[in-house]
Structure formats: C-alpha cells, structure tokens
Design a binder for this molecule. Structure first.
Ligand SMILES: [Fe+2]
Length: 183
C-alpha cells in the first residue's frame, strides 16, 4: 500500500492554487493536508526514526507557489499568544494528539495605535488527522498538551513576516517581527 507523500501534497496544492486561486482553494488544500496527515511514515521519513521533537522544522517548500510545510513537535504542553499571520494564509493539521484552537474576532476599527479588542468566536479541538484553515487576516491562538505534533502549511514564509499579537485582557495589539524571533 502506498501512502500519500509530501511531493504529492505539494503537486496537488500547486494544481489547486492554479485552478481555484486563494482563498477559494484553501478548503481543497486542507483536504490534501488531511490526506497527508494520514501517512504514518511521514515524520519518520522527513525527520528521522525515532521522530525528534522540534520547535520548527521545514520539510517542504514549493518555489512556484511559495507554499511551505513545517512540522512542530512539542514535548511539553504549551500555548501561543493570540495572533494573525500577517500577509500569509496558514493551515494547521494535527499529526499526533490534538490542539485546542480558538478563533478570535477583532471588534475595534484598528484606528487607535496599540489598542485592540478581540472576542472569542469559536473554540474546537483539532484532532489528529484534521486540519483547520486560517485565511489571511484570521486571528487565532493554540493550546496543546504534552507530546503533540502538528503540521503547518503556509502560503508564504510567515516566519519572515511581521504579524500581529493581541492581548485580549489588556486590549492591546503589537507588531511581532517573526524574523527576530518575536511571536
Ligand atoms: Fe498561528
């Protein structure tokens, strides 16, 4: 039996972007990612056996579409800030153990520097094998338990971009320069 490979994923994603564009094609790219998540050899093949924990490892990049495929393998439980992805779209797919996803809605008009009000819009568990789409501008946060592996597919290199980081309680927003390690 042959598994759906990273190369097939990048080729199918290229075809989807060519035929549907973005954001229309994002749901179909999510479906491609869910097929990839079902490949039990994926992380062993691209990261080694045994699979190491990794803060962030890029396992694929398609120069034509500038789609990146990254693996995050976390030994210990953790959570992110509330953030957007700057000019990029991002699809999060869980490979091992779930991530609690929270989607946030911005309520203010963005006209007051440093000020932002966000409210929780939706919360769900992204289970292993499932992927969730975040279009350009979507705001979210993640929370996960020990021994969680997830894959992020990004349209553009989000880790070289400026993104927004929100504090819901303090009602603040700041620019995070990810190239400098801020996020
Ligand atoms: Fe994110």
């Amino acid at each position: 039996m042959s598994h759906y490979t990273l190369e097939q994923f990048l080729a199918d994603t290229r075809a989807t972007i060519a035929s549907q564009g973005v954001p229309s094609g994002l749901a179909e790219i999510r479906d491609h990612l869910e097929k990839l998540l079902a490949n039990p050899e994926l992380l062993r093949k691209h990261l080694g056996d045994p699979v190491p924990y990794t803060e962030r490892a890029t396992i694929g990049h398609d120069p034509e579409t500038d789609v990146h495929v990254l693996v995050h393998g976390r030994a210990k439980a953790g959570k992110s800030s509330i953030h957007d992805h700057g000019p990029c779209w991002v699809i999060y797919g869980n490979y091992k153990n779930p991530t609690r996803m929270r989607r946030w809605r911005r309520l203010d008009d963005g006209r007051t520097a440093g000020h932002a009000e966000v409210e929780l819009q939706k919360e769900f568990l992204n289970e292993p094998g499932q992927a969730a789409v975040f279009a350009v501008g979507d705001i979210h946060s993640i929370e996960y338990g020990d021994d969680t592996f997830f894959i992020r597919v990004t349209g553009g290199d989000v880790e070289s971009k400026q993104t927004l980081k929100f504090d819901a309680a303090k009602k603040t927003v700041e620019v995070a320069n990810r190239a400098l390690g801020q996020r």
